[in-house]
Design a binder for this molecule. Structure first.
Ligand code: MEV
Length: 437
């Protein structure tokens, strides 16, 4: 019988890199051509880079890992994560395993439309401006769909609505801002939205007699919200209370909220990077949404629920599965296939789920053993490398650093340097004893 994805999750982290790749190929997540591509070191030909940006001098290589154990809305995933920070992948796999064994992850996307903005900075009469635009709203939607967004319309999307907002200039007068609401289907939609807004400049100036000052999409997409819910059925009541308390801290205090949300983005950004999505846009949207009531707050919340624990992530998380780098960068294309998301909404739901699960792992560690234990344990290898240890010396330096960590509860690069020095001194004296005897 053909192996299923869930069959390879157990012990995955203990496999060698070759065996991990083979396991992923055996379950059809990767193809032979992907293994060859990775064996060659991924993308090397800089001519593609030249097409993306200017002044290219090479590529920046980032580790690409796989998050295992995820079952989201009943579907198993192997989730690619491109990230440099130690313990992110290990922690999220561990928490996903916990949920897989005693809980569930469900997700949804609420709303379809992204937002574009057309600003008229100085207007004579706001009420008159708004009236004129609303009278011509149907025409503006129709002409945008006919002249610019026709491809999206064919795929079931396109411009759906137009709103007018009054924004105070701060000097007693107002600016007018038109919002264009558009369903981008499986695209992230930035390019097409900017084209629609720039196209509408002329008709809007004609209709209102006012000057359009700028046109650009907004990353605060509060019209399309991704929601992920984690429920753990049975949990130590003391731990559940601690996590609920940590959640309250992140809701009420912006200093803690920033770090909490950074931890959520530890789960989201690596997926966006791996799939060639615009992580800056998502970050900007999430942070802006986090302060929608005037105070920066957590974008996740955890509460005790029927003897268990429930966590919710809710924020804009707009991604694309067509267009842009996603469809051009061979590593992004491979990662897209790997994740197996059939739509941009599915990719968004997966990223939200991983962010929430990452948050759970961080809160559990922070409220129990602390962050250092897990983090530094994995960080010992980086410290050994940083101290200049050779490949053969790394395991011994790591072992010694772990001993120091368990006694002193902290380790640093200077510990690693001392350990390495001692190791080499012992080696030299052992070999001189050997030679003289
Ligand atoms: C570190 O990258 C992320 C954490 O600081 C997140 C958090 O504090 O919730 C551990």
């Amino acid at each position: 019988m053909k192996k299923q994805l869930q069959d390879i999750f157990k012990g995955f982290s203990k496999l060698s890199r070759e065996d991990r790749l083979k396991a992923l190929k055996d379950v059809g997540v990767l193809q032979e051509s992907d293994l060859e591509y990775l064996a060659k070191g991924g993308l090397r030909d800089t001519s593609l880079g030249e097409k993306f940006i200017e002044n290219v001098i090479g590529y920046f290589q980032m580790p690409l890992g796989v998050a295992t154990n995820f079952r989201i809305d009943g579907k198993d995933y192997a989730i690619p994560m491109a990230v440099e920070e130690t313990s992110i992948v290990a922690a999220v796999c561990k928490s996903a395993k916990w949920i897989r064994e005693s809980g569930s992850i469900t997700t949804e996307v609420i709303g379809n439309e992204i937002i574009g903005q057309i600003q008229c900075a100085k207007i004579k009469d706001y009420a008159d401006f708004e009236k004129k635009i609303l009278l011509q709203k149907k025409y503006l939607i129709e002409v945008s769909n006919r002249e610019v967004a026709f491809g999206l319309v064919r795929r079931g999307g396109g411009v759906r609505d137009i709103h007018v907002r009054r924004v105070p200039r701060g000097d007693g007068t107002d600016m007018a801002v038109i919002h264009v609401l558009m369903d981008p289907c499986d695209a992230m939609g930035a390019n097409i939205m900017n084209q629609v807004c720039e196209f509408l400049k002329e008709p809007i100036e004609q209709i209102t007699g006012e000057k359009v000052t700028m046109c650009i999409l907004s990353n605060l997409v509060d019209t399309k919200i991704t929601r992920a819910v984690v429920h753990i059925n049975k949990i130590d009541p003391d731990l559940a209370e601690k996590i609920e308390e940590a959640s309250l801290f992140a809701k009420q205090d912006p200093y803690r909220a920033a770090t909490n949300n950074k931890g959520v983005l530890n789960g989201i950004d690596p997926i966006l990077v791996a799939t060639g999505n615009d992580w800056r846009a998502v970050e900007a949207g999430i942070h802006a949404y986090a302060c929608r009531d005037g105070q920066y707050r957590s974008i996740t919340r955890w509460y005790r629920d029927q003897g268990g624990l429930t966590g919710v992530f809710e924020a804009p998380l707009v991604v694309g599965t067509v267009g842009g780098v996603t469809a051009l960068h061979p590593t992004a294309m491979m990662c897209m296939k790997m994740i197996g998301a059939n739509s941009a909404n599915e990719l968004s739901r997966v990223a939200a789920a991983v962010g929430l699960v990452q948050n759970l792992g961080a809160l559990k560690a922070l409220t129990t053993v602390g962050i250092i234990e897990g983090h530094m344990k994995l960080h010992t290898k980086n410290l050994a490398l940083g101290a200049g240890a050779e490949e053969t010396e790394i395991p011994m330096v790591q072992k010694k650093l772990e001993e120091i960590l368990s006694i002193r509860k902290r380790i640093s690069l200077s510990n690693a340097i001392d350990v390495l020095k001692e190791l080499r001194a012992n080696k030299t004296s052992a070999s001189s004893v050997h030679h003289s005897s």
